[in-house]
Design a protein around this ligand. Structure first.
Ligand code: UD1
Ligand code: CA
Length: 444
């Protein structure tokens, strides 16, 4: 049975205390909305419709960034989860497939869990994702008899007895699209919140003889984010699960709790990551690389056997080739460091192409920006760049050439040449001592 997903994302998220729509807050450097869209995609949704409301243009933009095929409907007023789903009726009512309802602020539902719901759906009309918890607090309670549910009661509307129920509603449901839209057209808002509850569909369905079944999942999957505190807790969970995933795949983390990943981080087995490393979006690290302590990497590819840090900053569009080294207090941006080349200390390399077996001396800077435009530096194989060389781009430094320490290189350097770009030193005999004596006298 094919299905379409509806992601509810109209709410402002007042308790986030932020102008940003709640679903655009990030976990693992990716908006919660993308996490949920990814689940829908991995679970096999044929179409995905996002119900946007508060600042819908921003939500639409984010949805389209994830997938140009995402469809958006706008819920002008947030009159409840049932009313939100209803907004997608014109788009999806004529499909004879199923409808999966997901929440934009519940980012950890696993595709495997949706698969379980799909399986259960073969034997029932609506499958509801639920979980058991010791602290059911504000969750809707599932009124169940075995795996059959006859009603979902919202905490606000529940009796003392019902509040004791520990089987709760995650919010995720799956059922035939035409059935769900038909039920929604019948729900009323005569409840404690004056909202049209999607959850009321269950009582209506069950009274009309349709079978509703619960599928259980771990409570952690259903964690919703309503405040910045809960966002931090969700981030923490995300990081913890990434750490376990990487360690299970053979990545050595010296102090796992201090290494931070993004949603799209890729790391090969045999790679070691030391303490306090941040991997921002777009990082791929091949096998057997070493990322030393206190390094920050973003948008880069680190090849097998290369070494980064400690205290290195690798910025977007950077490639470190096999066996290359970027050492302490080095910043690299939009550059390729060739195989076995080394930039060991205190350098800035930007918009540069560095060949094989190049040595970049301490304090070298590619002066890539003239205040208006960025320019390129091209350093050929086996060049030796002396310490504290300023490479004023655009400039090419030839193969096996050498630049003298402290040079300001403004002209291309031919292959195998030695470039001097500094004033000559003069030694004035005895002047050092005289100067010091003079200065000391002046001080008194
Ligand atoms: C809902 C469920 C509750 C369940 C809980 C799980 C209902 C009535 N209740 O309660 O049983 O235990 O989720 O977290 O469904 N939204 C819209 N438009 C609206 C209203 C909500 O898009 O008009 C979106 C919100 O932005 C949010 C999601 O739907 O992403 C859930 O809405 P929320 O008001 O947080 O529902 P809960 O009260 O948490
Ligand atoms: Ca909620």
């Amino acid at each position: 049975m094919s299905f379409s997903a509806i992601i509810l994302a109209a709410g402002k998220g007042t308790r986030m205390r932020s102008d940003k729509p709640k679903v655009l807050h990030k976990i693992g450097n990716s908006p919660m909305l993308h996490h949920v869209m990814d689940v829908a995609k991995k679970a096999g949704a044929k179409r995905t419709v996002i119900v946007a409301g508060y600042r819908s243009n921003l939500v639409t933009g984010a949805a389209k960034t994830f997938s140009s095929e995402a469809e958006i409907v706008v819920q002008q007023e947030q009159l409840g989860t049932g009313h939100a789903v209803k907004q997608a009726k014109d788009l999806l009512n004529n499909s004879d497939g199923d409808l999966l309802v997901l929440y934009g602020d519940t980012p950890f539902i696993q595709p495997e869990t949706i698969s379980k719901m799909i399986k259960t759906r073969r034997e029932c009309d609506i499958s509801v994702l639920g979980f058991n918890t010791e602290e059911p607090s504000m969750y809707g309670r599932l009124i169940a008899n075995g795996s059959n549910i006859s009603q979902i009661v919202e905490a606000k509307d529940a009796s003392e007895e019902q509040l004791k129920i520990t089987l709760c509603n995650s919010g995720v449901i799956l059922g035939k699209a035409t059935l769900i839209f038909d039920l929604i057209s019948k729900i009323k808002n005569d409840n404690a919140s004056n909202e049209f509850y999607l959850t009321d569909c269950i009582e209506l369905a069950s009274k009309s003889g349709f079978k509703c079944s619960v599928v259980l999942c771990d409570q952690q999957e259903t964690i919703g984010v309503n405040s910045l505190k809960e966002l931090a807790q969700a981030e923490d969970l995300f990081q913890k699960s990434k750490r376990v995933e990487f360690m299970d795949n053979g990545v050595r983390l010296h102090a796992a709790d201090t290494v931070f990943f993004s949603f799209d981080t890729i790391i090969g087995p045999g790679t070691e990551i030391e303490q306090n490393v941040v991997l921002a979006p777009g990082v791929t690290i091949e096998e057997n690389a070493t990322i030393r302590a206190f390094s920050h990497l973003e948008g880069c590819h680190i090849s097998s056997g290369s070494r980064v840090g400690p205290y290195a900053r690798i910025r977007p569009d950077t490639v470190l080739s096999e066996g290359s080294v970027v050492g302490n207090f080095v910043e690299v941006k939009k550059s390729v460091i060739g195989p076995e080349s080394k930039v060991n200390h205190l350098s800035y390399i930007g918009d540069a192409k560095i060949g094989e077996k190049v040595n970049i001396g301490a304090g070298t800077i590619t002066c890539n920006y003239d205040g208006v435009n960025k320019h390129k530096t091209d350093i050929k194989d086996e060049a030796f760049i002396g310490s504290n060389t300023m490479l004023v781009a655009p400039v090419t430094v030839g193969e096996k050439s050498v630049t003298a320490s402290g040079s300001v290189v403004t002209k291309d350097v031919p292959d195998e040449a030695l470039a001097f770009g500094r004033s000559r030193q003069e030694n004035k005999i005895g002047m050092g001592k005289k100067l010091m004596n003079f200065l000391r006298k002046q001080k008194k």
